[in-house]
Design a binder for this molecule. Structure first.
Ligand code: HEM
Length: 129
């Protein structure tokens, strides 16, 4: 189960980034919806992953030590998901603006995409084949 969700979470990241770029280019409701909804799926997958990940659960079980030691465990417990959640809010705010035909949509999509790029663990495999 863990490997399957990790595989999909890894792969969906590329769809999120592609739809993010598309939404930035054509900041209309259709493109914005692809971005915001794929990102919602990714966040749901991430939350499921946190429940089944040995790394995440091990880090939670020993939270004090995890927080005192810089590294992968602390990154996933304290940083990775925060960026993902804020980006989700920004993408949905952008979608709401795009649905009203407002050009500010583009700013929200740009901020969401920038935050995502910063929040992705690029030190992990780019694809899990
Ligand atoms: C609430 C939001 C999120 C949560 C709770 C979450 C959770 C996690 C966890 C627990 C892992 C590591 C699992 C492990 O190795 O044991 C992980 C890895 C990863 N996450 Fe997330 N994530 C979230 C959002 C996102 C978003 C928005 C993206 C990108 C668009 C993303 C991309 C990735 C990638 C690329 C990996 C590495 C996968 C691999 O090693 O193959 N995550 N995430």
């Amino acid at each position: 189960m863990f490997e399957a969700i990790l595989f999909v979470h890894n792969l969906v990241r590329w769809a999120v980034l592609a739809f993010g770029l598309l939404a930035l280019w054509r900041f209309r409701a259709r493109e914005g919806a692809f971005f915001a909804h794929t990102l919602t799926l990714q966040v749901v997958l991430g939350i499921l992953l946190a429940f089944v990940s040995p790394l995440f659960q091990g880090a939670l079980a020993n939270l004090e030590a995890t927080m005192q030691t810089p590294g992968e465990a602390r990154y996933f417990v304290a940083e990775h998901w925060v960026g993902g959640l804020v980006a989700l809010g920004l993408a949905h705010a952008g979608l709401s603006q795009a649905r009203k035909g407002r050009p500010q949509a583009r700013i929200f999509f740009a901020l969401a995409l920038a935050l995502l790029i910063l929040s992705i663990p690029w030190f992990r495999p780019l694809l899990r084949l």
